[in-house]
Design a protein around this ligand. Structure first.
Ligand code: ADQ
Length: 469
């Protein structure tokens, strides 16, 4: 079997204690290495004044981890700048938040080039290379420019927007061309695949070769939806274990006979956290009898706090939270509980299980693994109800949820009411539909489907010049 080379911005090295709180992507990629020799290459997360051009290598069983440090300028331009301040907002349809600078874009290309140089020295001719996410779109072009003819796949974890939206970003034409240096490109949904293919066709003078194949300059790239999945059985098992963690015990004790609504998200404007809190407030105003009878727990670990838009979001969330709790709270009842720590998977699973409603209302999301984890953790005899944004990729698969438009706070408020009052038979019927989908399309399906398709691609890619500013 060919070696698997995974490349992602951050690398998740297994925790020697086994008590991993690894996020969904880390779990997914570890699954990809099951039973095969491999290498996982990426940024160490560290900044150094004079980073080595060679990665630091750590061997763990059959997987080798190769870690690159960045300079402070690299980190600012490549990571915080172009990836998270320019690309991320545009990919989430937030054109107004996107801050483009030529220096950041040059830094993005520079880091991709230096990663490609270090990686190329570790590659063997028959290795399968699987690149992840928007930080590394030009990597295949840089590897091809170094003469690599390996099969290279790319998975895009976040939405791919309509051509008119991505077209607002300076450099987008280069990025679309760079995509065609991959043999296989996976996105979360059919909508994303259609957007990406149309973007390449419109901007790059490419031709459509088959329903999902684009041809450009003698190369062929297949662009397809591969909805990312979760470790369904692992989550089901974790949720069945008795809850011993302090947060779960405290939550159960403070709830008493109240119903729990749960939201779990990285603190990111794409997740719609202040909007969700205001929808919950609408629910309380429309249903005064529910005051004191329902508690909303929002778990939101801080992320990307060096990016100004995230610091501003943090202030907005604190103000919204304080205002709603001040206006509607009563002695002995706080409407919204808010925590910002990271928790092990077992704790999240235990909290999902006791929540009557999973409130997952991003303004835009590639997939949203929390929606899937919430479903996986439910008690089959007495499941809760998922309220899910139509703009999460997960909505294409989870038709058993109550699907809402997060821009309509009244609609979300009504959905909360419907979810809280739904009878058991309907809850079970809806939940079973979703569980069947998640069991059939679980994490092994996802990794196998992508890698099988990548391994089966005909080699049409040749060396070419990398994208330039
Ligand atoms: P994210 O934007 O990070 O991922 P999501 O899909 O919801 O969003 O995944 C978050 C993961 O982090 C989940 O597995 C969740 O359990 C975990 N997590 C959240 N809060 C946590 C906490 N407090 N403690 C521990 N773990 C926590 C990006 C895209 C998504 C896409 C994923 C995977 O933005 O759209 O679904 O990649 O492709």
């Amino acid at each position: 079997m060919a070696r698997l080379i995974v490349v992602s911005n951050r690398v998740s090295i297994p925790d020697p204690t086994g008590k991993s709180s690894a996020g969904g992507l880390a779990v997914a990629l570890r699954e990809a290495f099951q039973g095969r020799e491999g290498l996982w290459f990426g940024w160490s997360g560290k900044v150094s004044a004079h980073p080595s051009a060679e990665p630091k290598v750590i061997d763990k069983g059959h997987v080798r981890y190769a870690l690159m440090d960045l300079t402070a300028t690299d980190r600012r331009e490549y990571y915080s700048g172009f990836a998270n301040r320019a690309l991320w907002p545009v990919m989430h349809y937030r054109i107004g938040l996107s801050e483009f600078s030529r220096a950041d874009y040059a830094g993005y290309l520079r880091v991709n080039r230096s990663f490609a140089g270090a990686l190329a020295r570790l590659i063997r001719p028959d290795d399968l290379i699987w690149v992840h996410d928007y930080h590394l779109i030009p990597l295949a072009s840089e590897l091809r420019a170094l003469g690599l003819a390996n099969r290279i796949g790319y998975f895009h974890h976040i939405p791919w927007p309509a051509p008119e939206v991505i077209g607002t970003l300076p450099g987008s034409q280069d990025l679309l061309r760079a995509i065609t240096d991959y043999d296989l490109v996976g996105v979360q949904t059919e909508r994303d695949a259609d957007n990406l293919r149309r973007g390449i066709l419109q901007e790059c003078d490419a031709t459509q070769h088959a329903a999902d194949v684009i041809a450009l300059d003698g190369r062929q790239t297949r662009v397809k939806g591969f909805p990312i999945a979760i470790d369904m059985s692992g989550f089901e098992q974790a949720a069945r274990r008795p809850a011993t963690h302090r947060l779960i015990r405290q939550t159960v004790a403070s709830l008493g006979s109240r119903s729990l609504i749960i939201g779990v998200d990285r603190l990111d404007y794409s997740k719609g956290i202040p909007e969700r809190m205001e929808s919950f407030e609408r629910f309380l105003i429309s249903n005064p009898d529910q005051c004191g009878r329902v508690t909303y727990l929002q778990i939101a670990p801080t992320s990307r706090s060096e990016v100004p838009e995230y610091a501003s979001l943090s202030r907005t969330v604190s103000e919204t939270l304080g205002r709603i709790n001040g206006a509607h709270g009563e002695p002995g009842w706080v409407p919204i509980h808010y925590v910002t720590s990271a928790y092990p998977r077992s704790v999240l699973a235990g909290l999902y299980r006791i929540a009557r409603v999973g409130l997952v209302t991003p303004m835009r999301d590639g997939m949203n693994l929390v929606a899937k984890e919430y479903v996986a953790a439910q008690d089959p005899e007495d499941p809760g109800v998922l309220v899910l944004s139509k703009f999460a990729g997960a909505a294409e698969q989870l038709g058993g949820a109550i699907i809402v438009n997060p821009n309509d706070k009244a609609e979300v408020a009504e959905a909360i009411g419907v979810a809280l009052h739904m009878d058991r038979a309907e809850r079970i019927a809806r939940w079973r539909r979703m569980r069947e989908v998640l069991r059939r399309y679980d994490i092994s399906w996802w990794t196998n489907a992508f890698l099988k398709e990548l391994a089966g691609q005909r080699r049409t890619q040749k060396a070419r010049s990398p994208a330039s500013v």
